[in-house]
Write a protein that binds this ligand. Structure first.
Ligand code: AOS
Ligand code: ZN
Ligand code: ZN
Length: 388
């Protein structure tokens, strides 16, 4: 049987990083549904993030996105976060919302455009110095729409060159996380379409370059937990962008579409040491809440990750290993399913109470009155973000 006090300790130490853009308005290519009380600037996003952390006790880190979170003084933003018990997390670069990047950013055939893209990435590292962020998250929309449009291999060379320049600029305690995505906005060939491409670049770059797995960025049926196990074994899993998908990059609440998949992923994380803080795996959310209330949706997402983690921690590792080495297929599967089928909500409620938190974070938020306060107090929230 798993040691329950170790399970509780692991649950208390897990940190989930929330994305600044999830607090602001977002939408699909068809419509942005604006919500009352959304933050008007990055400082107000931190105020909302502080509410998520107050309710869950597990979300003290907030990822930023440049330029959506551009401010005059990043030191002031950092101080503002710290005053609220938060810290600034991954800096997400943006080389996808500029007309110059129509044919690519760092892989663009035009060296002038490539230099501009690299300039932005290097600026993001400057910002990391000021915010105290450890991670630079790189997602490139680069790719081609038509066969023959550009030279696939040459684009890999241009990508490698830019990544090497960014790597050189990283400080001793900084990392770059290279995200992959199967398709969209490029539809024929994406330049970083899969974990293998990301892994190969990161391997060449060195230990400060790691792969980030966005759970919404795979073909249907992809065995994501295999990727997680492989990358952890190789010491190359930098973190997750958690979200749920039904079809493509849906960015729905993590654990909503397929809680069993999330459990399988967390099982590989637990089994391969990925929860240990020194492994540095960042548990980030990358979601947009287009039709549901944003702050409670983020709280629910944090809870969903915690529930999957709790179930994974409850796997009887000894029984599983014994069944596996005996070749007992049914027993091994049963051990895993027993953990998955455990209702961990009472355990998590107890763990929260031990931390002085409300046992039900959703109720804690509801009772806080924050939603009413921002609905009346914030007028004209229109922070830049997806679809805004
Ligand atoms: C885009 O599809 C990726 O998931 C990015 O990680 C992310 O959503 C974007 O860079 C926002 O910062
Ligand atoms: Zn992502
Ligand atoms: Zn995405």
């Amino acid at each position: 049987m798993p040691d329950l006090s170790a399970v509780r300790a692991a649950l208390k130490s897990q940190r989930i990083e929330t994305p600044s853009w999830a607090y602001g308005n977002s939408g699909t290519r068809f419509k942005v549904f604006r919500q009352e009380g959304v933050p008007r600037d990055p400082f107000e996003k931190l105020d909302d993030a502080a509410q998520v952390h107050a309710a869950t006790g597990a979300a003290p880190v907030v990822a930023l996105h440049i330029p959506w979170d551009r401010v005059e003084d990043y030191g002031a933003l950092r101080a503002y976060a710290e005053e609220r018990g938060l810290r600034l997390g991954a800096i997400n670069s943006n080389v996808f919302q500029d007309d110059d990047f129509k044919l690519g950013s760092v892989t663009n055939p035009d060296p002038v455009v490539r230099r501009k893209a690299l300039g932005h990435l290097l600026e993001c590292v400057d910002i990391m110095d000021a915010t105290g962020s450890r991670d630079l998250k790189l997602w490139f929309s680069d790719g081609t729409n038509y066969p023959g449009q550009d030279d696939i291999a040459a684009r890999q060379g241009r990508l490698a060159e830019a990544l090497a320049a960014v790597y050189e600029r990283l400080g001793a305690d900084q990392r770059m996380l290279l995200e992959y995505k199967l398709f969209e906005p490029a539809f024929y060939a994406t330049d970083v379409p899969d974990w293998g491409t990301s892994y190969a670049h990161c391997l060449k770059l060195g230990p400060k370059a790691q792969v980030v797995v966005d759970t919404g960025h795979h073909a249907p049926g992809t065995n994501i937990e295999f990727i997680v196990a492989f990358l952890l074994r190789e010491g190359k899993l930098g973190g997750f962008d958690f979200n749920s998908r039904f079809y493509a990059d849906d960015d729905l609440m993590v654990g909503a579409a397929d809680p069993f998949q999330l459990f399988r992923i967390m099982h590989e994380v637990v089994k391969n040491g990925g929860l240990e803080p020194e492994r540095g795996v960042a548990f980030m959310l990358d979601q947009c809440h287009n039709i549901e209330a944003k702050i409670p949706a983020i709280i629910r997402s944090v809870m969903n990750v915690q529930e999957a983690t709790a179930k994974a921690l409850l796997v009887d590792a000894g029984a599983l290993a014994a069944a596996q080495s005996a070749g007992d297929v049914l027993e091994a599967n049963a051990v895993l399913m027993d953990a998955y089928n455990t209702d961990v909500r009472p355990l998590l409620a107890e763990v929260r109470k031990e931390q002085g938190l409300h046992p039900d974070p959703m109720a804690a938020y509801r009772d806080s009155g924050w939603q009413q306060q921002i609905a009346t107090g914030r007028v004209g929230g229109e922070q830049a973000g997806w679809g805004a």
